[in-house]
Design a protein. Sequence first.
Length: 101
Amino acid sequence: MSITSEYLAGSRTLRIQVSGRFDFSCHEAFRAAYESTHLGCERFEIDLTDAEYLDSSALGMLLVLRDHAGGDSADIEIQNCRPGVRKAFSISNFDRLFDIH
């Protein structure tokens, strides 16, 4: 498991990359990635290109991020999901809460 982040000042976007298993073992690193962002961050991109798996705690972490980012007005895009990960989002109706690509 690995969580990395990059703040793109020009677009006021925080990009968070998740690698390996996205589960409870990475909750502290995931939270630290967005809580330490620059003030003025308006957009979040969660890149799951290298995420092999996610569980219900990962879904919970995304909901906490959504609340942190403004709830219903949050601008969060989840990108590059593998088929199994995308299926988990679909089953849990997360496609109604997040922009998933």
